[in-house]
Design a protein. Structure first.
Length: 202
């Protein structure tokens, strides 16, 4: 167990170590780095994190993160508003946008159905997706979920919920290997998978 000569340093390490992928050695290195910086640099860093938590909003349409009630993608009327790409998290929105190959809108579920983790359909933004489709103007819903058991279960559930809407359901081409999460796919693979999407089969 690491011993510290300062409670303040130990407390900073404990907080930094709570970040995903940051072990205690990395946390100590980060804390010591911050300690060497000018006070204004550290203050700007802390304020940026605090403002992120306090002021970031979620788009009222798609649940993407935004500085306003409507994200820049939903507000862009040059986008194809008849197509909605359903993704698990905000990270996938960024990934698909980086490919430059998709010009429709998005819908962020906030995860996937996972009974093992206690995540039920009601915990996700599925009902809001159904409401968007039922409101009209949507011709196609692209199920761009990871090819894991949880992703497939979620896609199947959404397909059943949308069965009576007559919207066209498609899924990304399986350039992404079975069992893979989209966040680990490269941009070329993701770009091709969204362009070459295929009809969804239950």
């Amino acid at each position: 167990m690491q011993t510290y000569s300062s409670y303040l340093l130990e407390n900073a390490v404990n907080q930094l170590a709570k970040l995903p992928g940051v072990g205690r050695k990395s946390a100590l290195r980060l804390a010591l780095h911050l300690l060497r910086q000018d006070e204004q640099v550290v203050s700007d860093f802390a304020n940026a994190v605090l403002m992120l938590r306090q002021e970031v909003k979620y788009c009222k349409h798609c649940r993407n993160i935004s500085d306003t009630d409507e994200c820049a993608i939903c507000a862009d009327h040059s986008r194809d508003r008849s197509t909605i790409c359903v993704v698990e998290t905000i990270k996938e929105v960024m990934l698909f946008e980086n490919t430059g190959r998709y010009r429709g809108l998005y819908h962020v579920l906030g995860g996937v159905i996972s009974p093992m983790d206690g995540i039920k359909p009601s915990d996700l933004e599925i009902d809001s997706l159904v409401s968007r489709v039922e409101a009209g103007g949507v011709d196609e819903v692209v199920l761009a979920l990871s090819t894991t058991m949880e992703g497939d279960t979620t896609a199947y559930y959404i397909a059943k919920k949308l069965a009576g809407t007559h919207v066209r359901l498609t899924t990304i081409a399986r350039g992404v290997a079975q069992g893979d999460e989209l966040q680990y796919a490269d941009e070329l693979t993701l770009g091709n998978s969204i362009v070459n999407r295929v009809p969804y089969r239950t």
